[in-house]
Design a protein around this ligand. Structure first.
Ligand code: NDP
Ligand code: 2IT
Length: 448
């Protein structure tokens, strides 16, 4: 079978075997479309079924999560952990708590994670998990009981050498704390490295909170530098206002750019003075309110529940909310307004049609598996510190993060060129570079 027919057959089988999992099909298609040149150069990977094995998770867990709410009513959620690939190290990837979570979403995230983690050059495999639990409006007590019930099932599948979760949408330091407490209680082990994203002071790493947002901005900075440009004086739009978005805003401002808009699922906020990060953190992190509360507190800002944040003209866009939030028409609007670069802080925020629009317009485009790799890379640094019972300074950790992001950026470009594309084809470069590293390890370890 020729290489293209082989890839098409694998994709057809992914769709047949995983019916209804649209996001997983999308993520698989995007990677598979890049692989022909790599498989032509390495027929041994085709011969040993590497691609067929890569698209099938090593293990998929689905479990009941019963808990009691503040009214005394029993609630039942569904928990997931997809342990996708452990050729390079223990399964590593976040947990997402959001009502939209289902098996297909966890699989798309877990699949992306394999290549992202490989790109960092660190010893981490790929996995992802979560639950269809909606944390919005829940009390601290409800969040704690939910996390305890979730971990009461999940703990048996985890371990610092087996599977190491972290946060994602709806899971931050508070949730990681409750999850860790329950793991410690059940196992009677202080196994620091079993979860990352722990608060600083009891095993957490400096910079992990900031890492994904900072990393995405570093990645954008590297892309801009190849064209002799930078953030200085640039108008920037960031979508979302959660963990990734907040620290993307912080780093853009530190580099002399001005973030004029951000959003949440209820609408978007424009502040031409530049987003006041202290106020935004107060609204989102302390009060856990909607971004509209920012506009109520600051007169120069306006909130809109209609349209999208991408209607706001900008030089650089950092989508940091969720999958498929940047549609074709958003990309067209951004291009019309003269956008230079897009770096995905979220996982798969741009639809394939939007990516095509950026590519055809010559916009620098950093795909999530490269641009947002700073979060998981810093998780791996947290694991290193835990294993050594050590704790590094903020500066030391941030310089390691910056080094990893420079490395990921360079790897995308050199691999893209080496496999016959232009150096600016970051999508192709990221997919091929991630694939090659995993494929090498899988081949060496035999058919398992
Ligand atoms: P948070 O829960 O901290 O924030 C999520 C933000 O995105 C919120 O502003 C939320 O708005 C918005 N959002 C979520 N779902 C939707 C939706 N369906 N429609 C519109 N807006 C939505 O999550 P993170 O910041 O951690 O994660 C953001 C993205 O970054 C995700 O794609 C995640 O997978 C990715 N990522 C996260 C990493 C991390 O280290 N945390 C690492 C790498 C990638 P609202 O509050 O209204 O729901
Ligand atoms: O998508 C991601 O890379 C994350 N949510 C972070 C994973 C991690 O293990 O730190």
């Amino acid at each position: 079978m020729n290489v293209s027919a082989h890839i098409e057959a694998v994709y057809a089988e992914v769709c047949r075997r995983n019916p209804g999992e649209a996001e997983f099909h999308q993520a698989a298609a995007e990677v598979l479309e890049s692989l022909a040149p790599a498989l032509e150069r390495h027929p041994e990977y085709a011969d040993t079924g590497i691609v067929e094995r890569l698209v099938e998770p090593e293990r998929q867990l689905i479990f009941r999560v019963p808990w009691v709410d503040d009214q005394g009513a029993v609630q039942v959620n569904r928990g997931f952990r997809v342990e996708f690939n452990s050729a390079l190290g223990p399964y590593k990837g976040g947990l997402r708590f959001h009502p939209s979570v289902n098996l297909g979403i966890v699989k798309f995230l877990g699949f992306e994670q394999i290549f992202k983690n490989a790109l960092t050059g660190m010893a981490i495999g790929g996995g992802k998990g979560g639950a269809d639990f909606d944390p919005k409006g829940r009390s601290d007590g409800e969040i704690m009981r939910f996390c305890q019930s979730f971990m009461t099932e999940l703990y048996r599948h985890l371990g610092e050498h087996t599977d190491v979760p972290a946060g994602d949408i709806g899971v931050g330091g508070r949730e990681i704390g409750y999850l860790f407490g329950q793991y410690r209680r059940i196992t009677n082990r202080y196994e620091s490295g079993v979860l990352t994203g722990k608060p600083v002071g009891w095993g957490g790493s400096h910079v992990r909170t900031e890492a994904t947002g900072y990393g995405a901005v570093y990645f954008a900075q590297e892309m801009l530098a190849t064209r002799g440009q930078n953030f200085e004086g640039r108008r920037v739009v960031v979508s979302g206002s959660g963990n990734v978005a907040l620290y993307a805003v912080e780093k853009v401002h530190a580099l002399g750019g001005r973030v004029v808009a951000c959003s949440d699922s209820s609408g978007y906020l424009v502040d031409e003075d530049g987003i006041d990060l202290e106020l935004l953190k107060q609204v989102k992190e302390v009060r856990r309110e909607r971004v509209s509360a920012y506009a109520e507190a600051k007169r120069t800002a306006r909130f809109s529940a209609r349209g999208t944040v991408y209607d706001v003209a900008c030089d650089i866009a950092l989508p940091c909310a969720t999958q498929n939030e940047v549609r074709c028409e958003d990309a067209v609007a951004l291009v019309k307004n003269g956008i230079l670069a897009v770096a995905e802080g979220a996982n798969m925020p741009c639809t394939p049609e939007a990516v095509r629009v950026f590519r055809e317009a010559g916009v620098l485009f950093g795909p999530g598996k490269a641009a947002n790799a700073g979060g998981v890379a810093t998780s791996a640094l947290e694991m290193q510190q835990n294993a050594a019972r050590d704790s590094w300074s903020f500066e030391q950790t941030e310089s390691r993060l910056a080094e990893v992001m420079r490395g990921v950026h360079a790897e995308c470009r050199t691999t893209a060129e080496a496999y016959g594309a232009g150096p600016e084809d970051y999508v192709f470069g990221a997919n091929v570079a991630g694939f090659l590293r995993v494929a090498r390890a899988m081949t060496a370890q035999g058919v398992i």
